[in-house]
Design a protein around this ligand. Structure first.
Ligand code: NAD
Ligand code: SIN
Length: 469
């Protein structure tokens, strides 16, 4: 008997989805049937695959409200926020079609001997492993371009959000993608490992840096498998402004650090501010706003919901205790919410200046303040991380921004905007522990196909040989 996998609403504890876990034998069958189906899918004209992708967007549009509620139930996201996720999934299709044509299309240039042609070929069978924080949008960001490029795809959703994964694949099948070309396997890390042990051509992964590290090692002897690793961050937000109302600055900090209950890879984890009165005023405004942020569930008009699970909340509270034991000082602690289930975890603000804290990601709304003496020290503090995903500057001085954007090492660097809210129409990926230099979003087309450059002549003609002709 296969194991039963269940997902739960973290706000209510209700079971949302249940189904069989895929074992090693199921993974082997899935990859073999995907391999058998892949070449016929790749041979179909790209316009046919594009038409199916557009039909998929149409099915999502028809099912938009049901899918948003499922995402909200499985992740604990507020329904308003889950609706924005479904909108992003639908919007991804046109963007991916454009990206495929621009970055992975065909070009043909006349030459004296004939033509120089550039084509792109799909890799074959791609495994997609998804995270729970955007259980639709992020795997969608791999699956849409991979299918348009002509790959077969096997998707294993997060074990915390299997229902969303199943619903997404069902929408593709309703749109006409053959069932062997796109398949879903359900389960946790064991299922993921069993899938990756099969004869796959690519791993498109969004998840934690520790899993990314594991995959880099696991695939070191399989150079034929393309890895696209979209990982976490320890993202800095620098505020260097003493003319703007501190309440406005605090608003942008809150949108950077606490949106989606801190469960975005792009969330600011470190707030770097000047010593002295400007820094003090901002920190006071931030603590005031964070203390008032509405926390709720489901349809509530609230800013934040619970974390994805009780396990995630316990792990985040343990990490918080470790920071405090290391010397971080608590400025605000809403990590437990009276009258709410254990998965609820509100904003936490810590003063960590001068404290040796680990360079890691706590995937929860925990923000650490670091005070520095001058702007060069702020840049040095921002770059003092092995990660490099997102970064931001809040400052009205253009010269500071010019310096910041040229010196910060990160894949997304924003000015007077939150660190969060990545655009599908731009590349999204990070340096160091945040990825492997294969950014996703608009540049996902690059890792879904490989380029083939050809010199072509319909005639066989000899070439001159120096010294003979
Ligand atoms: P996770 O790494 O725990 O799991 C992601 C997926 O990989 C899941 O499907 C899981 O079952 C599978 N998995 C994990 N370890 C595995 C292993 N050893 N073998 C096989 N499969 C394995 O990540 P998560 O907790 O679901 O998501 C949160 C993390 O994702 C955070 O670190 C966040 O920063 C990161 N994230 C990154 C991006 C990005 O684009 N850079 C976006 C969103 C989330
Ligand atoms: C994420 O990938 O976790 C979110 C990126 C964003 O901020 O939109």
């Amino acid at each position: 008997m296969p194991n039963l996998l269940k997902s739960f609403n973290p706000a209510t504890g209700d079971c949302v989805w249940q189904g069989a876990e895929s074992d090693e034998a199921a993974c082997a069958v899935a990859v073999a049937s995907a391999r058998a189906a892949a070449s016929a899918w790749a041979r179909r004209p790209v316009d046919e695959r594009v038409a199916i992708a557009r039909a998929y967007a149409g099915v999502l549009d028809q099912r938009r409200e049901a899918l948003a509620r499922l995402i909200a139930d499985e992740t604990g996201k507020l329904v308003w926020e889950a609706r924005t996720e479904v909108t992003a999934m639908i919007g991804k299709v046109d963007i991916a079609i454009r990206a495929q044509a621009e970055r992975a299309g065909t070009s043909d240039t006349a030459q004296p001997f004939g033509r120089a042609v550039l084509r792109h070929h799909p890799h074959g069978v791609m495994a997609v492993l998804g995270p729970y924080n955007f259980p639709g949008h992020l795997p969608n960001g791999h699956i849409v371009p991979a299918l348009i490029a002509g790959n077969a795809v096997i998707f294993k959703p997060s074990e915390l959000t299997p229902g969303t994964g199943a619903a997404m694949i069902d929408a593709w099948h309703a749109a006409g993608v053959p069932s062997d070309v796109l398949q879903v396997l359900q389960g946790g890390r064991d299922t993921g490992a069993a899938l990756l042990g099969q004869d796959i051509d690519g791993l498109l992964f969004t998840g934690s840096a520790s899993a990314g590290r594991h995959f880099r090692r696991a695939f070191v002897d399989r150079p034929g498998v393309i890895l696209a690793l979209e990982l976490g961050g320890n993202n800095p937000l620098v505020v260097w402004d003493d003319v703007t109302d501190p309440a406005i600055l605090a608003n942008l900090v809150v949108h950077s650090a606490f949106v989606t209950t801190g469960q975005r890879c792009s969330c600011a984890r470190r707030l770097i501010v000047p010593h002295g009165s400007a820094g003090d005023a901002l920190v006071a405004a931030l603590v005031d706003l964070a203390a008032r942020l509405p926390i709720g569930a489901g349809e509530d008009a609230a800013f934040m919901g619970p974390l994805v699970s009780v396990t995630a909340a316990r792990a985040s509270r343990a990490a918080l205790r470790d920071l405090i034991a290391a010397g971080a000082r608590v400025l605000l602690d809403r990590s437990a919410i009276e009258g709410r289930p254990e998965a609820f975890f509100g904003p936490v603000v810590l003063e960590s200046t001068g404290v040796a804290v680990p360079d890691g990601e706590i995937f929860a709304p925990v923000l650490q303040i670091v005070r520095v003496a001058d702007f060069p020290a702020a840049i040095a503090a921002a770059n003092a991380t092995a990660f490099g995903l997102s970064a931001g500057l809040l400052a009205t001085d253009q010269a500071l921004w010019d310096r910041f954007v040229s010196e910060i090492r990160a894949g997304v660097v924003n000015w007077n905007r939150p660190t969060t809210g990545a655009a599908s129409a731009a590349p999204f990926g990070g340096l160091g522990e945040s990825g492997n230099h294969r950014p996703s979003a608009y540049y996902a087309a690059d890792y879904c196909a490989y380029p083939v450059a050809s010199f072509e002549s319909a005639e066989l003609k000899p070439l001159p040989i120096m010294g003979l002709d």
